[in-house]
Design a protein around this ligand. Structure first.
Ligand SMILES: Cc1cc2nc3c(=O)[nH]c(=O)nc-3n(C[C@H](O)[C@H](O)[C@H](O)COP(=O)(O)O)c2cc1C
Length: 483
């Protein structure tokens, strides 16, 4: 049984990854767990559509059923679910019987702080399910128009002010919701293009779910007048835009590139993303700009030009329309003193690096990092370095540029780079791995011993060098920093 503490969706996915001993890759605004071991095969993906709305997607075949014992947090998120393939069982603690949630059925679950719920994900079927997780507190802080509308819709549909118990609603079998849920479940990309595809389908999906809950109606199946092949071609549009993001891109160029008439292009984009071609183009440019604000130290003007805008104030205007905040304030919101930046990577030590050399690297780190308010940890194990550094963004980017140039290691693979609110380490330290495969990490003033022997035990050098092993170590370290 997985004892799951309700947390941000990413942190919940991390709990799943550690429980299943699965690989978890994190992209900007998206993450994906890959399972391929004795527990089963498949993936669980999540996409943050905007703060307060996340899509959580199962596409998984488990070897034994998964019982999740979930404890709800203070935030009272809403879970809108839809089973595309397979069923699910659910029960609250005061109930004797599990309720079966059927394939094709809309359902809504809202927790009550401190209360629990059990979920069972069945085994030996290809379980495909899409959950939309809405955090009303994060949504409340959001200013953009689409989010305000969503908030209003939720408020009108679910009056939860004097709710004693967790809330549950099982709806009708709804094929229109299914059309969008299928797009969400079957999209396997977590980069910018994949995120936009998911975003469009999620907004449509949520719209149909709220509507279905509101009127309890069954709507007709909706398909646009395009073949599957044509629709699939449209999903490639994002790649074309990204390749040419700094250029002027017209509707003519887009439809030429896809060999589709402008009319079909518009129809397909409306169906997939709920937008016109120009709106989609703007979304791509803005998402890319946002990603660069998080992951580079380029200034706003440089970013504005590199995503294809000639005019800084026009860029600010469209950015504000989409995200409800000016680019400069947005950047400020995660660049201030409260926000931290993390880079985690693994690298291979150079042939001639001796124990003395490693000591000297650690000594430099120990002397220099506190001066720049950098905390984190480094592991050196069988010729492999794994390092997590966290601190002010500017300092981390500068240090990492230095580290990248250092000839004492090579083949640097970045596991994660991005901002975060809390440090995982209170100071700078060296973590060690004992012969028995125990990872000793100094964290919050004590040395935590984390058993990773099942990860490292009999591994040869190739397996040790693999990125996914170190992603797992990072997850274990991050979870232990919370306990
Ligand atoms: C694997 C590895 C990890 C390193 N970690 C750090 C670190 O955390 N802090 C640091 O100041 N230098 C670290 N260094 C050393 C830097 O690459 C660089 O030598 C050091 O920052 C001095 O830079 P400078 O000569 O430009 O002053 C590391 C080097 C290696 C190979």
């Amino acid at each position: 049984m997985l004892g799951l503490k309700e947390d941000s969706p990413l942190e919940m996915l991390r709990q799943f990854a550690v429980y299943f001993d699965a690989d978890l890759t994190e992209n900007f605004g998206a993450a994906q767990l890959f399972l391929d071991n004795k527990e089963g095969k498949g993936s669980i993906s999540l996409y943050e559509i905007f703060p307060g709305l996340t899509a959580w997607i199962y596409d998984i075949n488990l070897n034994s059923e998964l019982v999740i014992d979930m404890t709800f947090s203070e935030d009272k998120p809403y879970y809108f679910g839809y089973n595309v393939n397979g069923y699910q069982l659910q029960k609250f603690p005061n109930e004797d019987q599990y309720q079966k949630i059927q394939q094709g059925q809309n359902f809504v679950i809202i927790g009550k702080p401190g209360n629990k719920a059990e979920f069972i994900v069945p085994s030996n079927i290809n379980y495909e399910c899409c959950y939309l997780i809405i955090n009303p507190i994060l949504l409340q802080n959001s200013l953009a128009g689409s989010k305000r509308r969503l908030q209003q819709d939720l408020k009108e549909t679910f009056d939860l002010s004097d709710r004693e118990n967790p809330y549950r609603y099982f709806g009708n079998i709804d094929t229109r919701t299914g059309t969008y849920a299928k797009i969400v479940v079957r999209n396997k990309r977590t980069d910018l293009v994949g995120r936009l595809l998911t975003e469009g389908a999620v907004m449509n999906l949520l719209g149909t779910q709220i509507e279905a809950h509101d009127y309890d109606i069954n709507t007709e199946n909706f398909q646009p007048n395009l073949s599957k092949k044509e629709l699939s071609r449209i999903t490639n549009l994002g790649d074309y835009i990204l390749k040419n993001i700094g250029e002027k891109i017209t509707i003519g160029k887009m439809s030429n590139h896809l060999s589709l008439s402008p009319k079909k292009l518009q129809m397909g984009l409306r169906f997939l993303y709920g937008t016109s071609a120009n709106e989609y183009l703007t979304k791509c440019r803005l998402e890319f700009a946002k990603e660069m604000m998080h992951t580079t130290d380029k200034n706003i003007s440089e970013i504005c030009y590199s995503v294809g805008y000639q005019n800084r104030s026009y860029f600010s205007k469209v950015f504000e329309e989409r995200y409800g905040i000016l680019p400069s304030s947005y950047r400020q919101s995660f660049s201030g003193n409260n926000f931290l930046f993390e880079i985690s990577y693994r690298s291979l030590a150079a042939e001639n690096v001796s124990g003395n050399e490693v000591d000297s690297i650690i000594k430099t780190a120990r002397n220099m990092n506190p001066l720049h308010n950098i905390t984190g940890s480094i592991i050196y194990h069988r010729k492999i370095f794994f390092q997590m550094i966290e601190g002010p963004k500017k300092e981390i980017i500068t240090l990492f540029k230095n580290i990248e140039k250092d000839s004492r290691h090579s083949d640097i693979q970045v596991m994660w780079k991005g901002s975060k609110l809390k440090r995982d380490f209170s100071d700078w330290s060296m973590a060690t791995i004992s012969d028995e495969g125990i990872l000793k990490v100094p964290q919050q003033g004590e040395t935590k011993e984390l058993a990773i022997n099942n990860l490292l035990g009999k591994l040869d050098y190739r397996a040790l060098a693999s990125e996914n092993l170190w992603r797992k170590v990072r997850n274990i370290i991050k979870i232990s920093s919370k306990n």
